[in-house]
Design a protein around this ligand. Structure first.
Ligand SMILES: [Zn+2]
Length: 275
């Protein structure tokens, strides 16, 4: 499943090509992905210009708001979505649901499992879109640090790992990133969120940021005109210390990595190194 780093890599991959370009048309080949695709989307988009590409959580946001009647195109890659830039008149394949046409290139959305989303927000204030308004802090933003995490978790007795994965608190920390970040910070995934010191939350925030950035850097190196997001395990060649390594030696103490179920998800950690 595309995670925050894959979406950010897609954004970075599109940046050299789309901003400043006029939309000359759009083709919607399917009426519904996770949500209905808005009726008349293609005619709304035609004639607008993409001014910028932003990201909020795992949503890619194409800013087409500068013209009268403009707005934002929201794209979510769901479980299996990918974006690529193809030359005009490239024949569509089976799962190619949407094309955004520019004079010299086509942005194409492929999504075999159709859990992605393609939505329109009229006007400039995209943060008010119902799917974005409830989202928590961005982990790569300046506002996100250990002091913020410490303050936000006071009175929260829920174990720290499911809380980190709650997008109402902080967006984009999927299962792999939660497991790896907690390992590098030496914090047990089972520890109650309000029983972690400010000092340890600073380690955790740094660890979350560096884990996400390492994954973005790994994916970024492979991006050229092909904007990729894999439908597999959900991370680029991120070398995991504990994730999916049940029974293998902990890279720090060599004791076996433990796997448990937690809030319906598999959790991997080292009981010796993580307290
Ligand atoms: Zn260990």
């Amino acid at each position: 499943m595309p995670e925050l780093p894959e979406v950010e890599v897609s954004r970075l991959g599109l940046l050299p090509f789309l901003p400043g370009q006029a939309i000359v048309g759009a083709i919607v080949r399917t009426p519904k992905l996770r949500h209905e695709i808005p009726l008349g989307l293609a005619s709304r988009l035609t004639g607008l210009r993409v001014d910028a590409i932003a990201r909020r959580g795992k949503y890619l946001l194409l800013d087409c708001a500068s013209a009268r009647g403009g707005g934002w195109l929201l794209l979510h890659l769901g479980m299996s979505g990918s974006l690529r830039l193809v030359p005009p008149d490239t024949p569509a394949q089976k799962h190619d649901h949407f094309d955004l046409l520019f004079s010299r290139t086509v942005l194409r959305l492929r999504d075999p499992r159709r859990f992605g989303a393609l939505l329109w927000h009229e006007g400039a204030d995209v943060d008010r879109h119902p799917l974005l308004a409830a989202l928590g802090i961005e982990p790569l933003s300046d506002a996100f640090d250990g002091d913020w995490l410490h303050a936000a978790t006071r009175g929260r007795r829920v174990p720290v790992k499911p809380l980190l994965m709650d997008s109402r608190l902080v967006v984009g920390i999927g299962n792999i990133y939660a497991a790896e970040s907690l390992f590098h910070a030496g914090i047990s995934p089972l520890r109650a969120s309000d029983r972690i010191s400010q000092r340890r939350y600073r380690l955790l925030a740094d660890s979350i940021r560096s884990t996400l950035e390492a994954s973005i850097a790994a994916g970024g190196s492979s991006v050229r005109d092909y904007v990729h997001s894999d439908g597999g395990a959900g991370s680029f060649q991120l070398s995991c210390a504990v994730y999916d390594r049940r029974g293998e030696p902990c890279p720090s103490c060599l004791r076996p990595v433990r796997a448990i179920r937690q809030a319906g998800r598999s959790t991997f950690y080292c009981p010796a190194c993580q307290r």
